[in-house]
Ligand binder design. Structure first.
Ligand code: NAD
Length: 480
């Protein structure tokens, strides 16, 4: 079997070390204009089979390479990405909508992440080592991993999968979102000769490709980042053959401003923490709770900090760009309409010029909506955030934990004892105190409840790409 269709276009898939087109393509839209930017191959079933078969075949050798050989190749990949960072960032801006600064941050951050992951070491546990027995538990790779990434951080979240999967000795087929495949396809071409053919495959396609990939018999593990609803579908698809899954899903992170906090100092990082990437970050602050005594003063500082952020096309130098795609744009408009129909207070923003090119929505802050309102209960994943009043900490904890989302959260204030006590009671995978969105390749990141299953990053994240294997020796079997 072969992948056919050797490439003639700007963007090709990487399968078995070959750059391949497909019979048909999907349109990729620039969200700042609403116009088609370019096209990407729409991977056929035959090409997917070819990718899985070549990954399975490459795995036979790749799993036997040493960790240091794999680490050296990952560092080489990282260096190539760094070398091409400026061009890649420009392309990322065009397909994703984020500012050039943020795109560069994502590309350079991805390169740094790959390098950092390559330094992690998988330990061997010696269970017993005495005169009679040796027992050791090793961690061995799983086989072929399918990596599926979303459109908000198309490059970084892809490398969160590529780096640990390959470092642990697996082969991988990465499928970026159909909304943002181009930068990863460009990276595929740049990395073509770094890894042996079949070790890293990058494919693109429309809505049908994800389910076909996760249902493929040749996939041993699925590492998925995206919405909770899709995550459940992925898990159902994997269950028939007990393929392993890691799911990083949606969030509705609470940020709590403690009584007595320096309100002005908390407002600026929280404005960025709520609206970063135009509100399209799984770990953005999505509901901000402020003590009723501090509410008015906090809102004044917060609204001023939000109004200091500019929104527009990247070439205007704006801090924030459009919503990434029309589907998400319509979803945020629907939430805005719900706020307006219910008469919730709009503290800033709210008015959308739908005649404008691109999917631009002004940064919008909603004042103290009811706790059961859609804007508080749902994940908007766009530039709209509610600020809510609370009166006492105990009922606040109940409100925060009354959610199926449990990704992360933050607490702001000088009383670190109270902050830590609250942080311990928040049912989420991560809590930041007086900071937000701090992630590291050396720290576990895991969604609780319906925000995820399993863990990414750190040694725990690396081990998700392995399975324990215990080896024992009876040292006395032939001693007499
Ligand atoms: P999505 O679930 O619509 O799509 C994510 C990916 O899954 C895309 O590549 C898509 O093509 C693919 N896909 C769609 N249906 C599939 C199926 N049935 N089987 C297999 N794959 C399928 O999510 P999105 O809209 O791209 O991203 C936004 C969501 O992602 C938000 O909910 C956000 O909170 C979440 N997210 C979570 C994290 C995290 O680390 N927890 C990070 C970023 C984004």
């Amino acid at each position: 079997m072969t992948g056919n269709q050797v490439t003639t276009s700007d963007y090709s898939m990487l399968i078995n070390g070959e750059l391949l087109d497909a019979d048909t393509s999907i349109d990729v839209v620039n969200p700042a204009t609403g116009k088609v930017l370019s096209t990407a191959p729409d991977c056929t079933k035959e090409q997917l089979d070819y990718a899985v078969q070549s990954a399975r075949s490459a795995f036979k050798q790749w799993k036997n390479t040493s960790a240091s050989e794999r680490s050296a190749l990952l560092c080489k990949a990282s260096a190539i990405i760094k070398q091409h960072a400026d061009k890649l960032a420009l392309l990322l801006t065009q397909e994703q909508g984020k500012s050039l600064n943020e795109a560069l941050f994502e590309i350079q951050g991805s390169a740094a992440w790959v390098e950092a992951v390559s330094t992690l070491e998988i330990p061997v546990t010696v269970n017993v080592d005495d005169e009679s027995r040796l027992s050791e538990t090793h961690h061995v790779p799983l086989g072929v991993v399918a990596g599926i990434s979303p459109w908000n951080f198309p490059v970084l979240l892809s490398f969160w999968k590529i780096a640990p999967a390959l470092a642990a000795g697996n082969c991988l087929i990465l499928k970026p979102s159909p909304f943002t495949p181009l930068t990863m396809l460009k990276i595929a071409a740049l990395l073509r000769d770094v890894f042996p053919p079949g070790v890293l495959n990058i494919i693109s396609g429309g809505d049908a490709l994800g389910p076909t990939l996760t249902a493929h018999e040749g996939i041993n593990k699925i590492s998925f980042t995206g919405s909770t609803e899709t995550g459940k579908r992925v898990m159902r698809s994997a269950s028939g053959r007990l393929a392993r899954v890691t799911l990083e899903l949606g969030g509705n992170d609470a940020a709590v401003v403690l009584p007595g906090a320096n309100l002005e100092r908390a407002a600026t990082p929280l404005a960025w923490g709520a609206f970063r990437n135009t509100g399209q970050v799984c770990i953005n602050a999505k509901r901000i709770y402020v003590h009723e005594a501090d509410y008015d003063v906090f809102v004044k500082h917060f609204v001023a900090a939000v109004q200091a952020l500019t929104v527009g096309p990247a070439d205007t130098g704006a801090d924030l760009g459009p919503v990434q795609n029309e589907r998400q744009y319509r979803r945020v408009l629907d939430l805005l309409a719900d706020c307006s129909q219910n008469g919730y207070e709009v503290l800033t923003g709210g008015e959308v010029d739908e005649a404008q090119d691109g999917y631009f929505i002004p940064l919008t802050v909603i004042g103290n909506p009811p706790k059961d309102s859609r804007i508080v209960q749902e994940e908007p994943f766009g530039p709209i955030v509610p600020v809510l009043k609370y009166t006492d900490i105990d009922s606040l904890i109940d409100d925060i934990n009354d959610s199926e989302f449990a990704l992360a959260g933050s607490v702001w204030g000088e009383d670190l004892e109270l902050a830590q006590s609250l942080a311990r009671q928040m049912e989420t995978g991560t809590v930041w105190i007086n900071e937000i969105q701090q992630l590291s390749p050396f720290e576990a990141f895991a969604g609780h409840k319906q925000s995820g299953l399993g863990v990414e990053n750190g040694l725990d994240g690396l081990l998700e790409y392995t399975v324990p294997k215990t080896l024992t020796i009876n040292k006395q079997a032939y001693s007499n």
